[in-house]
Design a protein around this ligand. Sequence first.
Ligand SMILES: [Mn+2]
Length: 224
Amino acid sequence: MQAENFAQVASQHQPMLGHAPHCGDGVWTCWHAQGLFGLLCDGAGHGPEAEQIQQQAIDVARRMIETSDGSEAASEIDLVALFHALHQQLKGSRGMVAVAFVLHADGGVDFIHIGDVSLYCFQDTFAQLGRSNEQQGIIGYHMPTPRVQHWQCEPGQWLLSHSDGIHRSTAPEAWQRLLQHGRSMSTVSLNIMRELADGRDDASCIVVRYWGKRQMVSLRESKI
Ligand SMILES: [Mn+2]
């Protein structure tokens, strides 16, 4: 799909020590006509019950996103509707926190962020770091009215999401080393887990590098 020209993505999730193979953190990414969709969620607690929560959440997202990506007339991804559907699905469960985003080809990022997970945008120089402010609440229990926030990514920037199994206090210098020294996006995401997930909680991350349309533009120019 054309969308893959403008970004690369990799994601990981792993259970806390002693709870394998059950992981309460879930990640799912998908290329959609509208752009790159990502969901990172953390079901409350650990073990099979938390795992069931994250799997239900990913099923809800998959159904909604894939349905809206029909080849005839792809419709917009409705993040607000997604969070309402997640809340409905998870009522009566222990609940969940999550961030979901859509990265568009022009670098625009729409996202909803509820509860104790993290979403960052790193500049290529790592001189500045944008950090999302979450809406406090628990999906499936007491969810605030979901609010779509917006960022603008420039080519070369990174989007990074992680659960609380990776410490928020991780320094920008540590992120710089981890993000810049990987040979591939999957290596980067694996190194993040290896170095920053200490096994005391389920952990997960989604790493995105936004490239913009630079390569396509230069190809077109070279033909002229
Ligand atoms: Mn957690």
